[in-house]
Write a protein that binds this ligand. Structure first.
Ligand SMILES: Cc1cc2nc3c(=O)[nH]c(=O)nc-3n(C[C@H](O)[C@H](O)[C@H](O)COP(=O)(O)OP(=O)(O)OC[C@H]3O[C@@H](n4cnc5c(N)ncnc54)[C@H](O)[C@@H]3O)c2cc1C
Length: 511
């Protein structure tokens, strides 16, 4: 064991604590800091060139890139299972200019993807990052192929994208990416350690990151469980610890509307302490109140469930969503997520209780939905022979619905949605049953906000505006890329592209 020349930089702590307080995180920080003060002294227990916090898309891709450059790499994960949100994600990956698009005659470009993301993000996006990500999608796609990831032979149309550009893993899950990448990383010699929670980022007197304090043997959610240990990161530290959608306390402080009346699609470990550690190290918070609601979730199941892939890939593109009180549509079912979520949230009765909208599609439109079978099996979707039967089951205004269906069919045939401007990529009407339907509501899904990084994935210091030496971040813990609304399938793009860049740059001192 070597003697640590870097200390916790005690005089700087009060300044950093002030920065955290500014970001609304002081209570969490005080707990962590006092925990560290009782810690194991100033010796390193272990040393690596690159240490990565988080085992999702961003962390695993960073690990592979760092290891390829000869760095010794440790990935820590606080949960018992690896993969975070990435492992439970839907496996939908936006790639600008994929070979699958070319084969189907779909013309796409980096500019068009940037334009779509900017439009959804209401212009809050940090364009230089957006461009790097859109440009990197083709490169990230090939990277996944290299490690054995498999995609279906389809290109999907997701809401807010102007053209079909979304690829889908064959198992319909992000696990179709995290498992092969994790296996490749382990084969290359990356060490993965679960139940190990980041407690604090250590810096020397110049502010350069030297290592971290962890709780090894941590039992989530017991904050104080596990043994405190110090791990040195000789070349770089990559923070890839994801978003905070499951952290009701913190998300409500950013946006009071995100209280526990809303469920989340995220895994339980999507909490804010990694972000707090970054803020304590001086990182700049960006748009923390931009928290996304997924507009395709179901009130009839917990978490992400089976509905999103049915609603997103069948009912919304090829069917309609209606207000049960009128039978009428109320939004372009393929608008960006914020537009749809805002519209759905308005459906409340006078007492403020949700009046869940219903979305449905004819059988012809269900071909791309991977989860319809399970949605039917678990009773979150239902099959009907006629529109009348569907209206009766959900208590939808029958006359209003029948008139709406007639109007919609006429729009599809004419190729123009004169009500809400939805683009019809296929001419699928609601004339011939059977029909498949489910209730829709919103769930807390994604944090667009996080810490500021530059195009090298370096974390930017709040006071100086300069990179914090040897500190990198990627994935959902970073902010600014997606602005006010992330487009579906663009998080995988973001995490893989910036994860690889972070890993490469974190290993640079070693290289
Ligand atoms: C159900 C669901 C479906 C989705 N589907 C899609 C989709 O199809 N396409 C798409 O583009 N996006 C999708 N998303 C969004 C996308 O999955 C996430 O944005 C992405 O997985 C984030 O990856 P990440 O690597 O940044 O973080 P994560 O994958 O969440 O990984 C972060 C890891 O860090 C760990 N961690 C956190 N704090 C600490 C700490 N203090 N110490 C140690 N470890 C820590 C966490 O436990 C976690 O395992 C979906 C999200 C969800 C929840």
């Amino acid at each position: 064991m070597k003697k640590d020349r870097s200390r916790t930089n005690a005089p700087a702590l009060s300044r950093r604590s002030l920065l955290i307080a500014a970001a609304g995180s002081a209570a969490a920080s005080i707990g962590v800091l006092s925990g560290f003060a009782a810690g194991p002294g100033d010796r390193w227990d272990e040393e690596y060139d690159v240490v990565i916090v988080g085992s999702g898309f961003a962390g695993t891709s960073a690990a592979i890139e760092a290891r390829k450059r000869g760095a010794s790499v440790l990935v820590i994960e606080k949960m018992a299972v690896f993969g975070g949100n990435s492992a439970i994600n839907g496996g939908a990956f936006a790639v600008a200019g994929s070979p699958l698009q070319a084969r189907q005659g779909i013309k796409d470009s980096v500019e068009q993807m940037v334009e779509d993301m900017l439009k959804a993000g209401r212009g809050l996006n940090h364009v230089e990052l957006l461009r790097v990500i859109a440009e990197g999608t083709r490169w990230a796609y090939e990277f996944t192929l290299e490690y054995g990831v498999q995609y279906k032979d389809v290109v999907l149309q997701f809401g807010g994208h102007s053209i079909p550009r979304t690829l889908q893993t064959t198992n319909n899950s992000g696990g179709g990416i995290t498992v092969p990448l994790g296996k490749a990383a382990r084969n290359m010699g990356v060490i993965f350690r679960n139940r190990t929670k980041l407690e604090q980022i250590l810096q020397d007197s110049s502010g350069a990151v030297t290592g971290i304090v962890v709780r090894e043997g941590h039992r989530f959610p017991d904050e104080d469980s596990g043994r405190l240990r110090r791990i040195r990161a000789r070349s770089g530290l990559v923070m890839a610890c994801g978003g905070f959608s499951s952290d009701v306390r913190f998300r409500t402080r950013q946006d009071p509307g995100m209280d526990n009346s809303l469920q989340s699609t995220n895994h339980a470990g999507a909490t804010s302490e990694g972000l707090a550690a970054l803020l304590r190290a001086g990182a700049t918070p960006v748009q923390l109140d931009q928290i996304q609601l997924g507009p395709w979730a179901s009130p009839d199941e917990k978490g992400f469930g089976m509905s999103p892939q049915f609603l997103q890939q069948a009912a919304f593109p090829y069917g309609i969503m209606v207000d049960i009180r009128t039978g009428k549509r109320f939004v372009n079912e393929m608008a960006d997520r914020k537009t749809r979520s805002d519209a759905i949230l308005k459906h409340k009765d006078e007492a403020g209780n949700p009046v869940y909208p219903v979305a449905f599609v004819a059988e012809e439109g269900t071909g791309e939905s991977p989860s319809l079978g399970n949605a039917l099996k678990y009773g979150v979707a239902h099959k009907f022979d006629t529109i009348e039967a569907l209206a009766q089951f959900y208590g939808i205004n029958r006359e209003g619905l029948l008139a709406q269906v007639d109007r919609y069919n006429a729009f599809v045939k004419a190729g123009e949605d004169r009500e809400f401007g939805k683009t019809f990529f296929k001419k699928i009407t609601l004339e011939k049953g059977p029909f498949y339907a489910g209730r829709a509501w919103v769930k807390v899904h994604h944090c667009m906000g996080g810490v500021q990084i530059n195009t090298k994935a370096q974390v930017i210091h709040m006071a100086t505006g300069e990179p914090i030496p040897r500190l990198f971040a990627s994935g959902e813990v970073t902010g600014g890329v997606h602005g006010a609304s992330r487009l579906g399938s663009c998080a995988i793009a973001d995490c893989l592209v910036m994860g690889r860049i972070a890993g490469e740059n974190a290993a640079a001192r070693k290289a």
